[in-house]
Design a protein around this ligand. Structure first.
Ligand code: SAH
Length: 255
């Protein structure tokens, strides 16, 4: 897997390259990172990467040319002659990023991630070079770097061998294998913390009971916080009879 990032602040990417499980995986050569600063693709003395918007209004807009050349340089370096690699623009108007997209990206060769700044990027760059526009949520940040980091982190931890325990990704919130529910709560030592014990089921050593407890916690939490995910799981036929019975009992108890 290889990520190429087009950003005016390439230093921000040392976080995912050097720290934690993604840092370890980078050191092990499981993925590589190319950093491309649009400023290095300017040809004037001021190394201009932005200009005022046509039509007026506040802020500045990133110039198309340095962005396009940075993307092209990344492509050449990846030997992506056929233009196969996705070129993903971080953008509040893009499709909302989710775990399904992370899983899809984890099966591919990586991507070129383009980070906007200021008011955004010239639309002609988007039309010429970008294959996908992705948002990480309904809020606006000052740049696309944190969005690109979020995408990289969520994809990289799905690669084989990146997490210590392959099971832990399987059990995460939103994971398809667990029908897209939210994760159940976690506990570790000590067994009593300020007088609050770990739930008895988890210390019982009885694996079947533990699985039932976790499943029910997931169902109850998801029903409470994200009923949309319960509906989606139902529609996809991913809930068992026992799940549906438990949810019905929950509903009856709360009304
Ligand atoms: N004028 C734009 C916001 C620009 S914010 C608008 O209202 O839609 C500057 C840059 O930050 C964007 O070009 C984008 O790359 C990045 N960005 C901000 N919020 C983001 C989000 N929620 N998801 C992805 N990228 C975001």
């Amino acid at each position: 897997m290889r990520f190429d990032v087009v950003s005016l602040f390439p230093d921000m990417f040392s976080v995912v390259r050097d720290l934690g499980v993604t840092g370890r995986a980078h050191k092990q050569g499981r993925w590589s990172l190319g950093l491309w600063n649009p400023r290095d693709f300017t040809h004037d003395v001021h190394r201009t990467v932005d200009d005022r918007p046509y039509g007026g209004g506040p802020g500045m807009v990133m110039l198309a040319e340095p962005l396009e050349q940075a993307v092209q340089a990344a492509r050449v370096d990846r030997a992506d002659a056929g233009g196969q690699v996705p070129v993903i623009l971080m953008s509040p108007v893009g499709r909302r990023f989710d775990q399904a997209m992370a899983q899809e990206l984890a099966l591919g060769q990586g991507a070129v991630l383009v980070c906007g700044r200021y008011e955004g990027v010239d639309q002609r760059f988007v039309e010429r070079c970008v294959t996908h526009e992705v948002s990480i949520g309904d809020f606006v940040m000052s740049g696309g770097e944190v969005a690109a980091l979020a995408i990289m982190d969520s994809v990289l931890r799905l690669l084989p061998g990146v997490l210590n325990d392959a099971e832990s990704a399987r059990q995460d919130s939103f994971n398809e294998a667990l029908t897209g529910l939210l994760d159940s709560p976690h506990y570790t030592r000590p067994e009593q913390y300020h007088g609050v014990p770990v739930p008895a089921e988890l210390v019982s050593g009885h694996h079947a009971n533990i699985a039932v407890w976790r499943r029910r916690q997931s169902l109850a939490l998801t029903a409470r916080r994200r009923p949309d995910l319960i509906d989606a799981a139902k529609d996809a036929g991913l809930l068992s009879k026992a799940d549906l019975k438990f949810l019905a009992e929950l509903g009856a108890g709360s009304s």
